[in-house]
Design a protein around this ligand. Sequence first.
Ligand SMILES: CCCCCCCCCC/C=C\CCCCC/C=C/C(=O)SCCNC(=O)CCNC(=O)[C@H](O)C(C)(C)COP(=O)(O)OP(=O)(O)OC[C@H]1O[C@@H](n2cnc3c(N)ncnc32)[C@H](O)[C@@H]1OP(=O)(O)O
Ligand SMILES: Cc1cc2nc3c(=O)[nH]c(=O)nc-3n(C[C@H](O)[C@H](O)[C@H](O)COP(=O)(O)OP(=O)(O)OC[C@H]3O[C@@H](n4cnc5c(N)ncnc54)[C@H](O)[C@@H]3O)c2cc1C
Length: 671
Amino acid sequence: MPNRCIKEGDNPDLTKERKTCTFDTDELTANLYGSRNNMERRREITKKISADPDFADPIPHDFLSREKCIEATAKKTKAVVQRGSEFCDVTNYYEMLHLINEAIGIGGYPLALHYGMFLPALEGQAEKELTDDIIPRAKNLEVIGAYAQTEMGHGTNLRELETTATYDKATQEFIINTPTRSAMKWWPGNLGKMSNYAVVTCQLFIDGRKIGPHNFLVQLRCEKTHEPLPGIIVGDIGPKMAFDTNDNGFLALDNIRVPRKNMLMKHAKVSPDGVYTPPMHAKLNYGTMVYVRAHMLYAHGQFLATAAIVATRYSAVRRQGRIEHGVPEVQILDYQTQQHRIFPQIARAYAIIFTYMDIKDQYDAMIKGIAEGQTDLLPDLHAITSGLKSVVTHMAGLGIEQCRMACGGHGYSDASGLPKLYGVQIGGCTYEGENMVMLQQTARYLMKAVASALQGKPLSHSVAYFGKKSSGKSRIGKEGGDIAREHEAMLEALEHAACRLSVEASQMWEKRGRGGETKERAWNGVTVEMNRAARVHTRVFMARSFHRRVTSSPPSIRPVLTDLLSLYLHYECVDMAHHLLEDGFCSGEQIRYLKSRLYEDLTTLRPNAVSLVDSFDQSDRELNSVLGRRDGNVYEALYQWARKSELNYTDVLPAVQKYVMPMMEENRSKL
Ligand SMILES: CCCCCCCCCC/C=C\CCCCC/C=C/C(=O)SCCNC(=O)CCNC(=O)[C@H](O)C(C)(C)COP(=O)(O)OP(=O)(O)OC[C@H]1O[C@@H](n2cnc3c(N)ncnc32)[C@H](O)[C@@H]1OP(=O)(O)O
Ligand SMILES: Cc1cc2nc3c(=O)[nH]c(=O)nc-3n(C[C@H](O)[C@H](O)[C@H](O)COP(=O)(O)OP(=O)(O)OC[C@H]3O[C@@H](n4cnc5c(N)ncnc54)[C@H](O)[C@@H]3O)c2cc1C
């Protein structure tokens, strides 16, 4: 069966791996990206960008200062903007995303938040009077914007943000002010140096009454000189764990006046005479965050895929140690521990991307509903995207770190691309709402579902399984080798655990309430359990999505995807075995069965491991990893990469000449 990556001159071990492929890698790639045409388009973009001198990096960014990296990234951004249509359909979201990844990389660029949040916020929340003026100019990039919500003192708890927007009826303006140091906006991407406008989240005050957080468009810099306008203090917050090429910024506003129409008023409104009309759903103002949380799944699935590609290919190329005496050193991918470290990451990357596809469909349906005046899909989507954002970012972070360690010493080098990848990816656990906080949003929803299920009321999409009758005892290991029924038995067991944990958390909460605690204090006493229930529920959702995609996949790739799904479900069940055992739903014998099946899965997947990661179809540019390169010629590339280090420009470093040599000389003369 064809693995389409084989080329002459490649590392022979990688070629050997590709020859054992049992499926058509292009079929799987096309399935992953929606169609064969989408796959071809991605490849065309890659090819053109790779040959274009505007996007060449003579010195890898690993060896440049932050300022130089920002300059190089800004230069490439300008080229993408001016020449984008030479490479792709600039109106196609996924083509643009791919172009940006190929041309610029993942560490941030001047327009990241402009496209990622500023424009979506205006499009989703502003009304015509404002959008007619600002959106054409924003699309034309006369205006570049950031999404400035988080403050130095508050991010998670939006209700306590301190920046104020006070309505002045006399002039029909809002006065926007930063009353304290902790009220300074702090963290927003591209706010520091690149943006000349921002959507700023402020507490709305009308006639002395605090109404709550709302968004306002504020001009920050002169459109001609790019200097900050009077009354505006803006700058970069300094170096951080990663996202080196993003100017996350600070902002203070000194009683800045903006016209009434600058409030984003598609949902909530303030009339000229100061009458406030609330939105049709209280949290529609938070819509941009739901949008980003949903789309983060795709990015984080791809981040994990990158790490899995690097670790799998490198493990096929590297030979070290022997499994039996008297035979040559083995590829490290033959070690069971290595497979157990890496293969679940491959499966999880597929699971995340497939789950994203389901969420994207739900998101689109919700937006259609809102346009028709219906918000009934929003609570379910908010609850599940809050859980998914948290589980996926955490899962991807752990997975990337496993892949990095699986590459041994070279994984610790920036040459692997993995330290930077981890730094960028792990930020997702924090931004768009810290994970522990967002899981509580899911848990709240589960508590309502428990109550509805007990009362026999209808249950919405993500919690529909709460209405199923549990069989009391798991069928795991009792399906006589029927793989479809085995998968169903594992899904049923996970659903049982999620439901039970939710019911138990609800009972604990109630009990504390009966003991005299307020509802809120009682909640804080059970949040660990609440979040546990939310995580298991979210993992059930992912497992169901993965299962649905596999069972509906084309027959040519279904066998390999079924193997991957088996590994995924066995791994998830073993990882959550304590939840399955706790109430006796599963026995110890059943967990031992799951483990033995998992180890069989590792062996089954071994011949297809490289081909499964090849099917993610990430180019060498996207991987940005000496260890993960498609041709597997790792060692020579590693040496050439290290040669580019600034420390190697001279044989004797000035620092050595200045301090170390005189010290050696002094010591020598003392003898
Ligand atoms: C064309 C070109 C290419 C373009 C590329 C685009 C890329 C896009 C993909 C992006 C990928 C990566 C981008 C990376 C950059 C990201 C940079 C980061 C940005 C940020 O971090 S912005 C700041 C984010 N901040 C937060 O997320 C804050 C988190 N806090 C909150 O959301 C809230 O404070 C809260 C939800 C935790 C609590 O809110 P509160 O008002 O107090 O409400 P509650 O009392 O808890 O709940 C009351 C009820 O409301 C329900 N609720 C809450 N939120 C929502 C919601 N959003 N929607 C619907 N319902 C909601 C809640 O469930 C309660 O319901 P109930 O009363 O129980 O029924
Ligand atoms: C890379 C990056 C990019 C960002 N980009 C933007 C941007 O473009 N625009 C923007 O506005 N913001 C941005 N942010 C800010 C980001 O959205 C916030 O940092 C994030 O929402 C978390 O809020 P916080 O910093 O207030 O954390 P905190 O709430 O202070 O969290 C600290 C700890 O307190 C815990 N905690 C807080 N509240 C609760 C609770 N109710 N229950 C239990 N535990 C709790 C948390 O779990 C965490 O352990 C960015 C941040 C990063 C790291």
